[in-house]
Write a protein that binds this ligand. Structure first.
Ligand SMILES: Cc1cc2nc3c(=O)[nH]c(=O)nc-3n(C[C@H](O)[C@H](O)[C@H](O)COP(=O)(O)OP(=O)(O)OC[C@H]3O[C@@H](n4cnc5c(N)ncnc54)[C@H](O)[C@@H]3O)c2cc1C
Length: 416
């Protein structure tokens, strides 16, 4: 069923009784050409682009829970292409271009909203750093405007311009940045992949990876063994554990990142705003809730819940900038398991096992990367060649010391 305005009108007149399930619920087959482990944003996008760009059909996505139940459906939804370093710049730029055509491509409303991202700066040194970043963005073909304090005041009148601890000097404005509806992205890719014949198999946990003579031959799951010529691991915070099933030790630590949502308010925050001095970012959802987040919990963990000291730290950063949000009541929070690399940049690569591929290490940035990662990972799996925009996301860069350290904080996972 194609979605359209006419369809909505017709269904409304028919009492909405004609909508069909958005994807099938198939039983796993004994064998596939390609098995993708993980039905998050990256796994679903990979399956979709394998089918669409490479014409491949015999593909399964195995998801241990339900589609969109992981970080893809519970993040702060920021989409941007404001990176500094060659490697990241071209990748996120490509991903943003895919976002811009995504709704038409998937025939699904993912509520992509290019409302603009503004990174505030609070010192002369930070202004220089953001000016350099802005120039890198423009060189890459993306957009960046350096705002002074008055420019910020015109766009963000509700900030506290009188506080002296972190005075607002200005901001780097990225007009094409914004947000998207997180779970709609998972559902849109799932529906489009299903329409191209991909089997989406939920409640199917991979418990082992079968290897014979250095080549992958399939996976063991809670719903039986499945043979496969190629297997792709795309399990975000669980990357270390699943890769260990194939004898791989990844340069990944899993940490918890929390997001918070307030009660619905009238429209008051029109952009995505980030605070350059502490780690804080905020936007307002279409339902009116303020959606915000900050730093990781500073210790490695697989517990999908956050801690209160970090909640306090994030709220403090928010209140320093915009005291008015102190009146809003927080409704809920979510702690997601983040796959952090030592340089803060991701991995899209083959492994030492023939036919086994890995896509992980998305740190804070994996939502905006969903289209680009799916596209580049599909290219690698289908052709065995790296896709140009993602060519630097090699696993061996940690061994070779060629890090992609955007933050410049050194090889410490929790600082990226
Ligand atoms: C609180 C929070 C806020 C964030 N905010 C942003 C943001 O604003 N912008 C941004 O760009 N990024 C953001 N991120 C990062 C982004 O959400 C993640 O990097 C990205 O979603 C991870 O990729 P994914 O969507 O594939 O992961 P997930 O949705 O977590 O998918 C991985 C899937 O693998 C499945 N799985 C795991 N093990 C197995 C197994 N053994 N067998 C089968 N299936 C398995 C899991 O059940 C899960 O569904 C945020 C993350 C968090 C936690």
């Amino acid at each position: 069923m194609r979605y359209s305005g006419l369809q909505v009108l017709a269904q409304g007149l028919m009492g909405n009784r004609g909508w069909k399930p958005v994807w099938r619920d198939p039983e796993p087959k004994p064998a596939y050409d390609i098995v993708i482990i993980g039905g998050g944003g990256h796994g679903l996008a990979t399956a979709y682009y394998l089918a669409k760009e490479h014409g491949l059909g015999n593909i399964a996505v195995l998801e241990k829970g339900y589609l969109g139940g992981g970080n893809v459906g519970r993040n702060t939804t920021i989409v941007r292409a404001n990176y500094n370093l060659p490697g990241n710049s071209e990748f996120y730029s490509h991903s943003l271009k895919l976002w811009e055509g995504l709704e038409a491509d998937l025939n699904y409303n993912v509520m992509h909203s290019q409302r603009g991202v503004i990174n505030l700066f609070h010192s002369d040194g930070q202004r220089d750093a953001y000016a350099r970043r802005g120039n890198a963005m423009i060189n890459q073909g993306d957009d960046a405007i350096l705002l002074d304090r008055e420019g910020c005041r015109r766009m963000l009148p509700y900030l506290d311009y009188d506080q002296t601890r972190f005075p607002i000097y200005g901001g780097l404005y990225h007009p094409r940045g914004g947000t998207a509806r997180h779970d709609a992205v998972a559902w849109g890719y799932a529906r489009a992949a299903d329409q191209r014949g991909v089997d989406l198999i939920q409640q199917c946990e991979v418990t082992g990876i079968d290897i014979a003579g250095g080549k992958v031959t399939g996976v063991q799951t809670t719903r039986g063994a499945i043979r496969a010529a190629k297997v792709a691991i795309v399990v975000a915070g669980r990357s270390g554990q699943v890769a260990a099933m194939a004898g791989l030790r990844l340069p990944i630590e899993s940490h918890i990142l929390q997001a918070f949502v307030t009660e619905g308010l009238k429209p008051c925050i029109d952009h995505v705003v980030t605070y350059g001095m502490g780690h804080f970012y905020i936007s307002q959802s279409d339902k009116g809730g303020l959606v915000f987040g900050g730093d990781l919990d500073f210790y490695a963990s697989y517990a999908a819940r956050g801690n209160l000291p970090m909640a306090e730290h994030v709220m403090e950063a928010g209140l320093t900038l915009m005291p008015m949000i102190g009146k809003a009541r927080v409704l809920r929070s979510w702690g997601g398991i983040m796959d952090m690399t030592p340089d803060g940049s991701p991995i899209i690569d083959k492994t030492h096992v023939d036919g086994l591929y890995i896509d992980c290490g998305w740190c804070y940035g994996g939502f905006k990367a969903v289209p680009g990662s799916g596209f580049s990972f599909a290219h690698l799996i289908a052709t065995d060649r790296h896709h140009d925009p993602a060519a630097r996301f090699r696993l061996d860069r940690f061994r070779r010391g060629v890090l992609l350290d955007e933050e410049g904080t050194g090889s410490q996972h929790n600082l990226h």
